[in-house]
Design a protein around this ligand. Structure first.
Ligand SMILES: C[S@@+](CC[C@H](N)C(=O)[O-])C[C@H]1O[C@@H](n2cnc3c(N)ncnc32)[C@H](O)[C@@H]1O
Length: 350
């Protein structure tokens, strides 16, 4: 949580150059890391039922009482906890956002990004110097079931929030049509399209571990007879042909220009003439996007994509050029009212 500051101190750091803003960044980085530790140690979940003194909390989560007290004191300073008397309790914001049982909990997001920043960002300078990623992000993720579950949960919940609007913005596929969801993982978007179009049949291609949430989503939506979950590498697997709609949702940002071009060629070959490809992407250089959290996130995310995958957030014009080169006509950008960061790009196979 950003360090709580009286207005005149905030002004000195942020609106004047009387104090180094990097000092605040340093504290905010430590705040983020201590929150991740509180989450991983189970502090917030243990305090969900009410305040506890440090000794009982230490016993319940199996921690050293002194180490835990120092962590709790830091979390109080950062606003994640409060300290009524001798006991510690979750702050209101922590109770609202960091408990796993809340349907729109931020815990999977905090947990996932804590792991990314602590495990993958240590060599940020290397990727910037060498011009490419220092590892294989998705192979790394497939080896970490808990982080993978956080990642897919985070994206599945975003899909739950965005799907309704996405479906209204994508032209309807023909009755009895076929949808291909490349890198569709949790299958939330596929399930939403199949629910909106009862004649639609779908195939989701993703890595084996990523499909485990997809399996649960498809089963609970009663769609097992209409949705095929196909483990495979979207860059090399035989995609087949005869599709009317291909979803590339949060996919192309993981690749460099030449890989995106090759992928779009494969998608064009899999689509029927007149079929559509739909990209969902956090786009760079969106003039309508107001400065603020979404803009800061897209810039940070783009750097993360370059560092971990060799990709980046693309601008609409760049994607339109790549789509046109792959044989798609009339690429169009659609803004979403439910997110300042995410945009649709829709194009038709000529
Ligand atoms: C950022 S997630 C997007 C998931 C989903 N499409 C969405 O928008 O919520 C990227 C997905 O692509 C999958 N993926 C990445 N590389 C892949 C590859 N080489 N072959 C198949 N799937 C891949 C990941 O496992 C993950 O599910």
């Amino acid at each position: 949580m950003p360090v709580p500051l009286p207005p005149e101190v905030a002004r000195a750091f942020m609106e004047t150059d009387e104090a180094p803003s990097a000092h605040l960044d340093m504290l905010n980085a430590i705040s983020f890391r201590t929150a991740g530790a509180g989450l991983r140690l189970g502090v917030f979940e243990e305090l969900a039922n009410g305040p506890l003194p440090v000794a009982s909390l230490a016993e319940r989560i199996g921690a050293d009482p002194l180490g835990l007290r120092l962590l709790l004191d830091a979390l109080v300073g950062f606003g994640y906890l409060v300290q009524p008397g001798d006991a510690y309790a979750n702050s209101e914001n922590t109770s609202r956002w960091l408990l796993r049982s809340t349907p729109d909990s931020f815990a999977p997001v905090l947990s996932f990004w804590t792991t990314v920043v602590t495990e993958l960002w240590g060599d940020l300078e290397t990727s910037v110097r060498q011009g490419g990623p220092t590892g294989d992000f998705y192979a790394w993720l497939e080896r970490r079931p808990e982080t993978l579950a956080d990642f897919q949960t985070m994206l599945r919940r975003l899909a739950g929030w965005l799907s309704e609007e996405v479906i209204t913005l994508v032209p309807a596929p023909p009755s009895g049509g076929r949808l291909l969801d490349l890198g569709g993982g949790h299958a939330g978007y596929t399930a939403a399209f199949c629910q909106a179009y009862p004649e639609l049949r779908a195939t989701v291609v993703d890595l084996p571990g990523a499909l485990s949430q997809g399996r649960a989503v498809v089963e609970s939506a009663g769609l097992t007879d209409r949705v095929e979950l196909r483990p495979g590498d979207l860059l090399t697997a035989d995609l087949g042909a005869g599709y009317d709609l291909v979803l590339l949702f949060n996919i192309v940002h993981g690749y460099d220009d030449s890989q995106v071009a090759a992928l779009l060629d494969r998608v064009a070959a899999a689509l029927n003439p007149g079929g559509r490809v739909v990209l969902l992407e956090p786009l760079a250089e969106v003039p309508e996007r107001p400065p603020g959290v979404a803009d800061a996130f897209v810039r940070a995310f783009s750097l993360n994509l370059f560092h971990t995958q060799g990709g980046r957030a693309y601008a609409f014009d760049e994607l339109a050029k790549l789509l046109t080169a792959a044989g798609f006509g009339e690429p169009e950008e659609r803004m979403l009212t439910r997110s300042d960061a995410d945009h649709l790009v829709i194009a038709t196979r000529t």
